[in-house]
Design a protein around this ligand. Structure first.
Ligand SMILES: [Zn+2]
Length: 71
């Protein structure tokens, strides 16, 4: 199993929730892994940190909006 790493370029002012509306029944890692897998497959993948769209870049997924990177 591959460990999913989320790199967040800058902290957000507001306190973040650990669980969003998505990924019900999934662990955070499973949810992030699904996002990364979808982005790598060229599917629309929603950023876990903002409403932005993740795009596959050199095997990672990068948010077009906030710049977060999943690898
Ligand atoms: Zn984002």
């Amino acid at each position: 199993m591959t460990t999913v790493v989320l790199n967040r370029p800058r902290p957000r002012a507001s306190r973040e929730r650990c669980t969003g509306g998505r990924g019900r029944g999934l662990t955070l890692e499973q949810s992030l892994g699904a996002t990364l897998t979808a982005a790598r497959a060229g599917d629309e993948a929603e950023c876990p940190l903002c409403p932005g769209t993740m795009r596959a870049v050199a095997g990672t997924a990068v948010c077009e909006s906030c710049g977060s990177e999943l690898s």
